[in-house]
Design a protein around this ligand. Structure first.
Ligand SMILES: Cc1ncc(COP(=O)(O)O)c(C=O)c1O
Length: 380
């Protein structure tokens, strides 16, 4: 993959267009961006206000020891595993976690496999750092789930050194249970492939408990963030759990690439970990939105509308209306004031048939967006 493979992040471009319409006085329902509408828990804001009086200098490059110890305790509580806090590195959201992961775990130019559809920044980050990408195609017919057989078949044709997988996934919301995740990790181990588990949508699984790669041993790299479940996208705070063989190398890189994550955001993150009642209430709202959106999209005539396991997205087939969802999303924004993301963001081959809707906003937003889409599609 070369620099020429860099593509715009269309969700961000649609957002910019939507903001321009709003600046002209139009109202827009925002279902394009993967970002919670709610604020962080009141306890988070309180901790930050109280902390503003304390000196906010750099922290250790790996992050505040208190936060790393609390994250380690969280793995014991939720997954029954003991994680040495020394294996944890606090990052500026998972985005900087990917950079540290790729640079510390692989030789220059290594080949990393990702799913198609998948989160667009994976391909762009790999391209920007001059790594190569191999795509593992998924399909709606098999629930957008990756299997060991599919990994092995692609690897036989085009071997790769790493595999990066999100569960629950963006854009499909597909989530693996512990058994399915362990089977994928066993396959990677057999093939000598380093497994990277993107667990950013943990806490937002609507069909079962979250399965962490750490339950299956210490070999995987785990990437996580406070952006989604903890409603802290703009705070730019996340973390990595790394195997012992690369954590020191990643720490040395973090010292120079980032110095440290924001000390204020680290204080906020520490408080967020004790606010589960607030965050579980948000999750219950998403759950309600998930059902309303899936039923509404099915009624309107979209395909593949079965509600996804987790995250806060519906990735649906729009072939009944268009052959080019880029045009479709732009017209729907301009004529109906509904912002959504064209599938091309997530899948450069088949994405033109799909649209992603986020249900992380309010129920009222989703209901109004469905009404607007009804009128828009009736017009066509
Ligand atoms: C699967 C996935 N991973 C990572 C990210 C990046 O999140 P952040 O850098 O805010 O932690 C996103 C954002 O949408 C995502 O969907």
């Amino acid at each position: 993959m070369t620099q020429e493979m860099l593509r715009p992040f269309y969700a961000m471009e649609i957002l910019a267009r939507a903001k321009a319409l709003e600046a002209q006085g139009r109202t827009v329902r925002h279902l394009e961006i993967g970002e919670p509408g709610a604020s962080p828990a009141p306890g988070v804001l309180g901790a930050v206000r109280a902390g503003l009086d304390i000196r906010s200098g750099y922290t250790a490059a790996k992050g505040d020891p208190l936060l790393r110890a609390r994250l380690s305790a969280r793995y014991r509580e939720r997954h029954g595993v003991d994680i040495d806090p020394d294996r944890i590195i606090v990052t500026m959201g998972s985005s900087s976690g990917f950079i540290l992961t790729f640079l510390s775990a692989f030789q220059p130019g290594a080949r990393i496999a990702v799913t198609r559809p998948g989160y667009p920044a994976y391909l762009n980050t790999l391209a920007a750092l001059n790594f190569s990408a191999v795509e593992l195609p998924l399909s709606a017919a098999n629930g957008w789930v990756l299997t060991p057989e599919a990994i092995e078949a692609t690897w036989q044709e085009c071997p790769f050194e790493g595999l990066l997988l999100a569960s629950p996934a963006n854009p499909t919301g597909a989530a693996l249970d512990s058994e399915a995740l362990a089977a994928i990790m066993a396959c990677c181990s057999r093939l000598g492939v380093r497994f990277i588990s993107d667990e950013i949508y943990h806490g937002l699984n609507h069909t079962g408990p979250d399965a962490s790669a750490l339950e299956a041993g210490d070999e995987a790299i785990v990437v996580n963030s406070f952006s989604k479940y903890y409603c802290m996208t703009g705070w730019r705070i996340g973390w990595l759990v790394m195997p012992e063989d690369i954590v020191r190398r990643a720490e040395i890189m973090a010292q120079s690439l980032f110095i440290s994550a924001s000390s204020i955001s680290q204080r906020a993150a520490l408080a967020a970990l004790d606010e589960s009642a607030y965050y579980e209430a948000r999750k219950a709202e998403y759950s309600e939105n998930r059902a309303i959106l899936a039923a509404g999209l099915e009624r309107l005539g979209f395909g593949d509308t079965r509600p996804a396991d987790g995250a806060f997205y519906a990735y649906v087939n729009a072939s009944a209306f268009t052959n080019d969802t880029m045009d479709f999303c732009i017209s729907m924004l301009e004529l109906a004031g509904v912002a959504s993301t064209p599938g091309a963001d997530f899948d450069r081959i088949d994405g033109h048939k799909f649209v992603r809707f986020s249900y992380a906003g309010t129920r009222a937003d989703i209901e109004d967006a469905l009404d607007r889409m009804d009128a828009f599609l009736g017009r066509g």
